[in-house]
Design a protein around this ligand. Structure first.
Ligand code: ASP
Ligand code: MG
Length: 481
């Protein structure tokens, strides 16, 4: 029988310092007694941000600040090394590796400062150093505990396109490389510790999968190796019914579907990188979200179907840093190209459109973008519609930054009558004004827009209406019986 293979990914806070890495080593050591596993690690928390800052400072010519930042990184990693690794040979080897990587960082920053230009390729190379620094530390900590392990750079494994900063994996060559490089290690009971976040083009140029991309690395490797499960170890107890800082009664959801998890990830629940589930959609490999700091907690299991029995609403999520843009006025009624021109404009300025709503009277098209994209988008729209504004065909293009999107998510809301009714009645009872509404025909998500000061109240009211605090508690206890 094929042994049960796990891929375990540990995020930045899970490898935040020596004592966190020691916990990780303990979790991995235990799992490695049961079966083969591949470990994927993020950079130590804060490291990627510092590297990116060093690169951007260098672009402006601020070499001193860049040097200062890299010096802080040296200290952080040497400090962890000193505590974690006692074996002089291993320690020496890792120390040499850290020095070499930091020299590389200096060279890249100096090159950037010299030409006053930070290319996307250089930025990828600099920001990748965090994972390249952390993987040997984690592998060393495992060896120190008697678990044979080897740090492996994902540039040897994950083949991507050349879209720097947000590359996509090419699964076929990735699979071939993973078989060639990782399978032999697994057969010898060696735990590979792979750098998250990075890959390389077929020509060998380093790329990154995008910020927070180590989750995606884990499912890419899981998919490529045909793993039995992927476990994302983070610093919260799985996926919650809502953000517990806003909704104190929020609880862990024992099991949700790929679809629901993807909806939640898209709408600002930060537990999972939005692309993570792409890599396992075909194979249906379950993905767990678990807490490194509370390893007894079962966390959340994400499966292709979720738990069939549970009807209705699963979770709520909200995003605040967004703005509402409206293009409207009676002048646009029946104008055939307004929608097309509006969204070709957002696409030209690379604004990510999060929600769209247009009533059938066509008086008004409104949509939501991240606030960081809002001004650029409105300027471009005013330019696009300059002629029409002059002739009053379009009467206004407005921007409202003081809003939030709240999304009510649940795969089995589909076909369940009354979900929208209950949501909006409770908001009415709470006297919360709804600015816009959207529900796609997939019916897995009802999104509405409220003013940002109403967001928390809206979340609390809907959470209570659907008894999300108690419902999930019941599910957990019936599941463990
Ligand atoms: N270290 C990378 C980042 O901070 C990737 C990750 O942590 O997932 O974005
Ligand atoms: Mg992360």
């Amino acid at each position: 029988m094929k042994p049960h293979l796990q891929v375990m990914k540990f995020g930045g806070t899970s490898v935040g310092d020596a004592s966190c890495i020691a916990r990780v080593a303990e979790i991995v050591a235990q799992a490695s007694r049961v079966g083969p596993l591949v470990v994927v690690v993020s950079a130590m928390s804060g490291v990627t941000n510092r590297l990116i800052e060093a690169a951007t400072c260098s672009e402006t010519g601020d070499r001193e600040r860049a040097t200062e930042l890299l010096e802080a990184l040296r200290e952080q990693h040497f400090e962890a090394l000193k505590i974690l690794i006692q074996n002089p040979e291993t320690r020496n080897l890792i120390a040499l590796g850290i020095e070499e990587l930091l020299r590389e960082a200096h060279r890249l920053c100096q090159g950037t400062a010299l030409i006053h230009e930070l290319t996307v390729r250089t930025l990828d190379s600099v920001s990748s150093l965090g994972e390249r620094l952390s993987a040997p530390l984690v592998a060393g900590a495992l060896s120190e505990r008697g678990v044979p392990s080897e740090a492996v750079e994902a540039t040897e494994l994950i083949v991507t396109d050349s879209y720097h900063g947000a590359s996509e994996p090419l699964m076929e060559p990735t699979q071939i490389r993973c078989e060639a490089r990782l399978r032999p290690l697994l057969q010898q009971a060696i735990v590979p510790v792979v750098t998250g976040f990075i890959g390389a083009t077929a020509e060998g140029v380093l790329t990154t999968l995008g910020r927070g991309g180590s989750d995606y690395s884990a499912t890419i490797l899981g998919g490529a190796l045909g793993a039995d499960e992927v476990i994302i170890w983070t610093d919260v107890n799985g996926v919650l019914t809502a953000d517990p800082r806003l909704v104190p009664g929020a609880r862990t959801i024992p099991e949700i579907s790929y679809r629901e998890a993807a909806e939640l990830a898209h709408f600002g629940a930060k537990v999972l990188h939005p692309k993570t589930l792409r890599a396992v959609t075909q194979s249906g490999i379950p993905v767990w979200i678990r807490n490194t700091f509370e390893p007894e907690h079962p966390g959340t299991k994400i499966t292709p179907q979720g738990r069939k029995s549970s009807a209705g609403v699963k979770a709520l999520t909200a995003i605040r840093d967004v703005s509402l843009i409206a293009v409207g006025g009676p002048g646009i009624v029946g104008l055939p190209d307004v929608v097309g021109r509006t969204f070709s404009t957002t696409s030209n300025v690379r604004a990510n459109v999060l929600l769209i709503s247009q009533s059938s009277s066509q008086n008004d098209i409104c949509f939501i973008v991240f606030s960081s994209d809002a001004k650029r988008t409105v300027d471009a729209l005013r330019q696009q519609f300059a002629q029409d504004l002059m002739h009053q065909k379009v009467e206004h293009i407005t921007l409202d930054p003081n809003i939030a999107i709240v999304a009510v998510v649940g795969e089995n809301m589909r076909g369940t009558v009354g979900m929208a009714g209950r949501t909006f009645s409770v908001l009415g009872r709470e006297n919360i004004n709804i600015i816009a509404i959207a529900q796609g025909s997939s019916e897995t998500n009802i999104s509405f827009v409220v003013s940002s000061q109403d967001m928390k109240r809206a979340l609390l009211a809907v959470h209570q209406e659907f008894a999300l605090d108690t419902r999930n508690a019941q599910e957990t206890s019936s599941a463990s019986k």
